[in-house]
Design a protein around this ligand. Structure first.
Ligand code: SF4
Length: 324
């Protein structure tokens, strides 16, 4: 049974659907990457799972976590789940850290609230956690305030906070996007190791397929607030079937480095992402897709199977890198 099961999840602002009909599963210990450009609905999906949409947004459909329906659950219950069983790592850790509290104190509070650890033991455990996220002198860093740390160090504190509650699921929303490339790689390696050690599931949101393919088992591509393709990392990297996934693959950082080294012009996806809720009707990618036909005025049904795509004219599954 899936640990997390999304069925026809939609998120609306008034009458405007910003996320529509999103369905996918995450099994215990599995790592699922959600990819797409900014505005594709990835973060809203994660916030809906965590019950953090705020007052102006409404979710419909179903978010089942370990057999329990979270849509419609009380804020008290959701707040208990967050930290106890579902942890979030955000792109900008300063939005989640308390600037006036030392990092050791913040981690200690999480341990006391979510694991019932006593005050003194929580401070010792906080220092241990800072060691696990590779601070070389964890006692010294435990006494620091968030503003005294670099971006990469703050993100490591966020990861320590995420695992402090011993979660079953970590939702990581663009955790490396604000960091430089070398730090990005270190943070991904750290996340990879800790998720394995903790044996928890991971939903990793990124706009770069190269980031997701580093540590995930499966990929979900979103565009226009909809899931347009899903499959194993190998399916998506070697045989992308949706033109949007193929375009993301062609613009991913790993491939860009390869292309740059050959002195070739970097590829880009034509056009830009419309603002949320203002995608064209039918297939939301049709204004940017060179294969669009009149059939694309209707949204295509998602296929069944392990590698699924929602496209009227999908790329050839049997050819490398999605050529037709
Ligand atoms: S449904 Fe049509 S417009 Fe959309 S990606 Fe497929 S071919 Fe392109």
């Amino acid at each position: 049974m899936a640990l997390l099961k999304l069925q026809s999840l939609s998120v609306a602002h008034g009458d405007l659907d910003l996320v529509s009909d999103v369905s996918f599963d995450v099994h215990a210990g599995e790592r699922v990457g959600i990819i797409g450009e900014s505005g594709s609905g990835k973060s809203l999906t994660a916030l809906a799972i965590a019950g953090l949409l705020g007052e102006e947004l409404r979710s419909r459909g179903s978010v089942h976590f370990d057999g329990e329906e979270l849509i419609g659950a009380s804020e008290r219950h959701l707040s208990r789940l967050r930290g106890d069983r579902i942890a979030m790592i955000f792109q900008e850790p300063m939005t989640a850290l308390t600037p006036t509290k030392r990092v050791g104190v913040q981690i200690g509070e999480t341990l006391r609230i979510h694991r019932g650890v006593g005050r003194r033991a929580s401070q010792i455990a906080a220092v241990e956690l800072l060691g696990r996220v590779e601070f070389s002198d964890p006692q010294r860093y435990a006494r620091m305030y968030p503003h005294e740390l670099s971006g990469g160090q703050r993100q490591r504190v966020m990861i320590a906070l995420a695992i402090a509650g011993d979660p079953d699921l970590i939702l990581a929303d663009e955790p490396t996007t604000a960091l430089d490339v070398t730090v990005q790689r270190k943070i991904l390696e750290l996340l990879d190791r800790l998720v394995r050690e903790e044996n928890c599931a991971l939903v990793l949101i990124a706009h770069d397929l190269a980031v997701v393919s580093t540590i995930c088992d499966r990929v979900v591509t979103m565009y226009g607030g909809r899931v347009v393709e899903t499959g194993s990392v190998a399916d998506i990297i070697d045989h992308p079937r949706h033109p949007y996934t193929a375009a993301l693959l062609a613009t991913s950082s790993a491939i860009a480095v390869d292309v740059e080294s050959r002195g070739t012009v970097l590829p880009s996806i034509p056009g830009s992402v419309p603002s949320a809720g203002h995608f064209p009707g039918g297939c939301p990618f049709r204004d940017r897709c060179s294969s669009a036909t009149s059939a694309c005025l209707e949204f295509p049904l998602m296929e069944s199977g392990s590698h699924r795509v929602a496209c009227w004219h999908p790329l050839d599954e049997n050819s490398e890198r999605g050529s037709r």
